[in-house]
Write a protein that binds this ligand. Structure first.
Ligand code: 5GP
Ligand code: ZN
Length: 126
């Protein structure tokens, strides 16, 4: 029997989620950092010279689905993103983005932080 997550997965099961598969190394990706809670890997369709996705190993479908208990994990993801930016020599010029919901550009429903760097960014992002 397929285990269904309690949070919204856009009709997907966790066993089908591509980012869960990347975290389990069932799908190939260029992993740049990993620890017990999180994995960071290069985006397959980079929007900047450096474009890395940082995900929790545990499936949370979106920021809106995160709860109080996830606070420490979310902080961990942010700090890991900052460490990667330093390792990637982005200095202090980089952008961290979370798209929440299809209307805001979310296409993969496993929460992820985009780390973008290596070019100039404009505001508003559009
Ligand atoms: P979103 O649009 O949900 O904020 O971001 C999803 C990101 O995941 C996109 O930038 C897209 O290029 C990336 N992506 C989608 N599928 C894969 C994949 O199989 N491997 C990798 N490395 N990135 C992916
Ligand atoms: Zn997932």
């Amino acid at each position: 029997m397929v285990y269904l997550a309690t949070n919204e997965m856009m009709g997907e099961t966790m066993s089908e989620c591509i980012f869960c598969k990347i975290a389990r190394r069932e799908l190939q990706s260029q992993i740049v950092r990993e620890d017990d809670q999180a994995v960071a890997f290069r985006d397959a369709n980079p929007q900047a010279p450096t474009h890395i996705l940082v995900i929790p190993k545990r499936h949370i479908s979106s920021l809106a689905e995160a709860s109080e208990q996830d606070g420490e994990l979310l902080g961990h993801l942010l700090l890991m993103t900052c460490q990667i930016a330093q390792e990637q020599n982005l200095e202090s010029n980089y952008r961290v983005v979370i798209n929440n919901g299809a209307g805001a550009g979310q296409s993969v429903f496993h929460i992820h932080l985009h780390l973008l760097g290596g070019r100039t960014f404009h505001w508003p992002p559009g």
